[in-house]
Design a protein around this ligand. Structure first.
Ligand SMILES: *[C@@H]1O[C@H](CO)[C@@H](O)[C@H](O)[C@H]1NC(C)=O
Ligand SMILES: *[C@@H]1O[C@H](CO)[C@@H](O)[C@H](O)[C@H]1NC(C)=O
Ligand SMILES: *[C@@H]1O[C@H](CO)[C@@H](O)[C@H](O)[C@H]1NC(C)=O
Ligand SMILES: *[C@@H]1O[C@H](CO)[C@@H](O)[C@H](O)[C@H]1NC(C)=O
Length: 395
């Protein structure tokens, strides 16, 4: 399968000594550990791009325009689901792993770190690229394995140099595994490949995610959130490629591509089946499935209710055309168009959602019914009623 390592450039930048106590920011979790792709990346891809002199759109205006007025590498106009989650649990905004430096950085590490990288595939990226492009064209964003390696490289600075030293730290952490795997499909979909060709890769993607989950459990993880895929048939990027008719009919209510959404559901079902198997084998582990599909779908079905008066299928930032998306002229590139009111759009750039949409999804997942079991019912350290009381005070 070849290698998927991006560079080892950053492997040694944590060479600092640390001292001090563990800081408990939250009564349920002492830290948040985040793996994933552009849905969760708070800057890793930006630092990779800087180091290798690559173009990376999410690092430029108008990305981040509604955040702190600057582009942080987040692929949206503002905050992501993870930002709302960290804030609601009393944590600072999650620092990207590749920008952890010095003593304050190591203190930050102990509160949790974001290893997510925009563009990352679950499977070995060289393998994915070879499958669909016929060769390794980009080889730039790594894969889930790279993020796990980064995590292991950070452990000595957080909790010690032995597996047993770190079991408590990992056990008291909230671990978010994904969303990851979406890009394994986005790559062939962006090339217009047929679903029949892509479907055989689903079990491989799921196995990759599941083996990462098992590895973390072996290291002591007790609370993991594992999200499924979005209803990607509603994404302007895929709707654009999907014309005319490659990905089936448009749903009469939402306008989304039914075959593509069924494909997401197929992935999600298989993921849940595997998660159930892990639950049976590990009854002491809180394994939480996050239903991104339905949390997003409720928005597409009731747009007005959430104030998305400009609809779901046109990108706020992009080009002309039925979905405001053009793969050769994506958001922030020369002569793209920016909408006036991003909060009235679900899609920010045709691939990623607006801050407003991410906020609704955050609430539906972490303060609502769209995780199994419900997120606020799970807390390894305190009782459910306390957890519920604290979380609801945030709303
Ligand atoms: C991909 O990049 C890694 C290092 O970043 C390198 O070791 C590997 O050879 C590359 N693979 C290909 C096929 O270019
Ligand atoms: C882990 O090992 C490194 C060097 O090998 C050392 O500097 C560091 O203090 C060790 N950490 C702990 C917590 O023992
Ligand atoms: C997409 O953008 C490119 C580059 O600006 C342009 O040449 C092309 O005509 C656009 N395609 C459509 C369908 O608008
Ligand atoms: C956008 O512009 C940059 C140069 O500024 C270029 O490298 C990149 O390929 C362009 N196209 C897209 C689709 O981002």
């Amino acid at each position: 399968m070849g290698t998927c390592s991006i560079s080892r450039l950053f492997a040694c930048f944590l060479m600092v000594l640390w001292s001090g106590r563990l800081h408990n920011a939250n009564a349920c979790y002492s830290s948040i550990i985040r793996f994933g792709d552009s849905i969760a990346d708070t800057g890793n891809r930006k630092y990779l791009a800087l180091a290798t002199n690559q173009y990376f759109s999410c690092d430029r205006p108008p990305y981040g325009q509604n955040f702190i007025g600057q582009s942080t590498g987040r692929c949206s106009n503002g905050r992501l689901i993870i930002d709302f989650l960290a804030d609601s649990l009393g944590f600072r905004l999650m620092p990207p792993y590749l920008n952890i430096k010095g003593r304050s950085g190591v203190a930050a590490l102990r509160q949790g770190v974001n290893y997510a990288v925009a563009g990352t595939t679950a499977m070995n990226s060289a393998f994915v690229e070879e499958q669909w492009y016929g060769s390794v064209v980009f080889n730039r964003t790594g894969c889930l394995r790279v993020q796990l390696e980064w995590f292991k490289q950070s452990l000595p600075f957080i909790c010690g140099n032995t597996t047993s030293d770190c079991r408590n730290f990992i056990g008291n952490s909230l671990i978010l595994m994904g969303e990851i795997g979406g890009n394994d499909y986005n790559i062939p979909l962006s090339l217009g490949k047929h679903i029949d060709e892509i479907q055989p890769y689903v079990p491989l993607v799921i196995d990759t995610i599941i083996s990462a989950v098992n590895e973390l459990i072996e290291m002591g993880a007790r609370t993991l959130v594992v999200p499924g895929n979005f209803p990607i048939g509603c994404f302007p990027s895929h709707l654009t490629v999907g014309e005319p008719g490659v990905y089936g009919e448009h749903d009469p209510i939402t306008g989304c591509l039914t075959k593509l959404n069924q494909f997401s559901e197929y992935h999600n079902k298989m993921l849940q089946t595997k998660l159930n198997q892990i639950r049976e084998l590990n009854p002491n582990v809180n394994l939480i499935y996050a239903d991104y599909y339905n949390a997003a779908m409720q928005i597409y079905i009731s747009l007005d209710e959430y104030g998305f008066t400009n609809g779901a299928l046109k990108a706020c930032c992009g080009s002309e055309g039925p979905y405001n998306f053009n793969a050769s002229a994506t958001c922030g590139n020369v002569s793209t168009i920016l909408c006036d009111e991003p909060d009235t759009y679900v899609s920010w750039d045709g691939i990623h959602l607006t801050e407003a949409a991410y906020k609704v999804i955050f609430k539906s997942l972490f303060q609502g019914p769209y995780t199994t079991p419900e997120f606020y019912s799970v807390c390894p350290m305190i009782s459910t009623s306390q957890a519920t009381a604290r979380l609801s005070s945030y709303i």
